[in-house]
Design a protein around this ligand. Structure first.
Ligand SMILES: [Fe+2]
Length: 621
């Protein structure tokens, strides 16, 4: 016994040690250091950039300063843009282009366009835009405007262009000189994820260096002097990997190189301090051992989207709660251990630049806790490409950017389902954009994930998918009368019941809703807040209010709906031990708890037989 306590003390000391992790780059060259708005429409898609006409005006001017950004290694910088236009109009706008030199060689004239004999055609969408009169109320009188843009390091230089003619028939009036970051290729936007086993984590980041230019790896050093080095793999994708427009055309932008390093043999709950080039110090904690009894806190939400901090109303209206949710989660970083963002991430919809903007927006979170994702319709769906829904919601991305930009422990990243063990939790993450029904490959995975967890050690069994496969009283499901995605729970409810899934989470519907413990449309429990005893139904929770424009409920809630909130927010699970779980719903606006429930129970309550939830027994004694 004495021996084991001394080993325990040694482990504690190890856990208290500060580990320094650095991402080094070793290269062959050496060390490298108030307009119309339609809800839910990607703002960049409102610009008919391929119809641009030349209207260059020597009397007009656009100038940006400073022209060299990130001198101290910053990956974000503000640029002031001054506009002077002798013929101002209220629909004049300024687009930010990157690369600075417009792509003018790869777009064919649109059949309905007029004046296509003029060149150059602009074949790339800007990465963002503002109307010239934004914060410049005298623009129409004076023709002068000052605009502030926030840029992130996206591997290429930038230019600012003034257009007249509005978004639908742009006329190019003036172009600024180029602006660039000091090291445009710098490694940026670290994102952590759980690996395939409990003692493994991954670090993924983006850079402008291919594996032929540089050898990416992660090196981490303990205070005791042990140096470990983990190599990183390098991936990218190209225009031909896209399935359709705009991803293959005006929305295309080179995504750079995506590197993932696997940190193996990590001590449970060990905290690391990390320094990355071009990034301030950050730290993360290794996952707990499966079944380990320690405080474990999980954030879960969907549909957050992205928004711009430089005041562009167009962007803010697209996903109006996105920055609030991001900021609440950044403020609260000390109080949770892992995040699940269950689909619909940037809503890039084929405008590939927006993936950089999204990874930059969440980097404060993803550099400190595992940022686990699921696939949504805006990541995957595209007609005739095997997505279960034949919609064009991904804008031609057909899953490629999502599957490359983030790591998740799927066997095949194109089949976006995986299991994740985190201490007393098991998560079975499904992919609602691929067929989940009985007989499919995914159904087999879901059953295997649910069946292979030892509930005495990992009592908290969580199912999640992007679309509500269980229950939601969102208005469009209400109109169908089903309160689910068509065929959503038909096959799955018997698995949830048989394997006694505690909670099923969904996004897609942009609001919050909590359902009673339920089986086959019937609440199995009259309790509303403090659940205990036998597990005889699954609690379904919609947490799709991460940031995108909100969804309506049917007017009168179904009997199974316990709490509904048409607002932005996210969910938090806290496992205190093997017998006590708490769920909280927090609003993004103030971070306060507006709904919660608890589950108190013991192992025998999971084993207890309930309807359709037990294996056959014999009458022998
Ligand atoms: Fe969705």
């Amino acid at each position: 016994m004495k021996g084991s306590s001394s080993v325990g003390n040694h482990l504690l000391k190890q856990q208290n040690m500060i580990m320094i992790l650095m991402l080094f780059w070793f290269t062959k060259l050496g060390m490298v250091l108030g307009h119309n708005h339609v809800l839910g429409v990607q703002p960049l898609s409102k610009i008919a950039i391929h119809k641009t006409l030349l209207a260059l005006d020597n009397m007009a001017a656009i100038a940006a300063a400073p022209t060299l950004l990130g001198i101290s290694g910053e990956d974000t910088a503000w640029v002031t843009v001054k506009v002077l236009n002798p013929m101002p109009s209220n629909d004049d706008w300024v687009g930010v282009f990157s690369p600075a030199k417009f792509d003018s060689g790869n777009c064919a004239p649109a059949p309905d366009s007029i004046g296509w004999q003029e060149t150059p055609y602009i074949c790339q969408a800007p990465i963002k835009y503002k109307f010239a009169n934004h914060d410049n109320s005298n623009y129409l009188k004076t023709g002068a405007a000052v605009l502030k843009f926030q840029l992130i390091n996206q591997r290429e230089d930038f230019s600012f262009a003034l257009f007249s003619g509005g978004l639908s028939l742009p006329k190019l009036v003036a172009v600024s000189k180029n602006v660039r970051f000091f090291n445009p290729k710098a490694p940026v936007y670290p994102r952590l994820a759980l690996g395939k086993s409990w003692d493994e984590m991954t670090v993924t980041w983006t850079s402008g260096y291919d594996h032929r230019d540089a050898i990416p790896f992660v090196e981490y050093v303990s205070n005791g002097g042990e140096v470990r080095r983990a190599p990183a793999g390098t991936l990218t994708f190209n225009r031909n990997s896209m399935c359709g427009e705009p991803a293959r055309t005006v929305g295309w932008r080179d995504p750079g190189f995506i590197h993932t390093s696997f940190l193996k043999n990590l001590w449970p709950n060990l905290r690391f301090a990390c320094i990355q080039l071009s990034y301030s110090t950050f730290s993360f904690k290794a996952p707990p051992f499966p079944g380990q009894n320690s405080l474990q806190r999980v954030i879960i939400f969907g549909d957050m989207g992205k928004a711009e901090r430089d005041g562009s109303n167009e962007y803010a209206d697209y996903q109006p709660g996105s920055l609030n949710t991001t900021d609440r989660l950044i403020e609260d970083l000390a109080n949770y251990d892992i995040v699940f963002h269950i689909g619909d991430m940037p809503y890039a919809n084929g405008y590939i630049s927006q993936w950089d903007q999204f990874t930059a927006q969440v980097q404060e979170i993803s550099a400190r806790v595992p940022y686990m994702i699921a696939s949504g319709n805006h990541e995957r769906d595209w007609p005739n490409t095997g997505s279960f829904y034949d919609t064009p919601d991904s804008g031609g991305e057909c899953g490629v950017p999502a599957e490359t930009m983030y790591y998740y422990p799927a066997e095949n990243k194109a089949k976006f389902w995986y299991k994740a063990d985190y201490g007393m939790f098991r998560f079975c993450i499904a992919d609602s954009e691929h067929d989940w029904r009985e007989g499919t490959e995914q159904y087999k995975f879901i059953e295997h994930c649910l069946a292979t967890v030892d509930r005495k050690q990992q009592p908290w069994l969580i199912f999640a998918a992007h679309r509500p496969l269980g229950y939601s009283s969102n208005s469009w499901y209400g109109m169908e009368g089903s309160f689910e995605e068509p065929m959503g729970r038909e096959s799955l409810q018997k698995l949830w019941q048989k394997y006694k899934v505690d909670i099923a989470f969904y996004g897609h519907v942009h609001n919050y809703e909590r359902v009673c413990p339920i089986y086959q449309n019937q609440c199995v429990n009259e309790e509303k807040t403090h659940y205990s005893g036998t597990v005889n139904g699954t609690i379904h929770v919609v947490v799709g209010g991460g940031g995108s424009h909100l969804s309506d409920f049917v007017a009168s809630p179904p009997v199974w709906s316990i709490y509904r909130d048409r607002d932005f927010g996210f969910g938090k699970l806290t496992a205190f031990n093997h017998s006590y779980l708490m769920f909280e719903y927090k609003k993004s606006s103030d971070g306060l708890v507006y709904d919660y429930f608890t589950i108190h129970r013991d192992y025998r309550d999971v084993l207890a037989c309930v309807h359709d939830g037990c294996e056959k027994i014999t009458s022998a004694t």
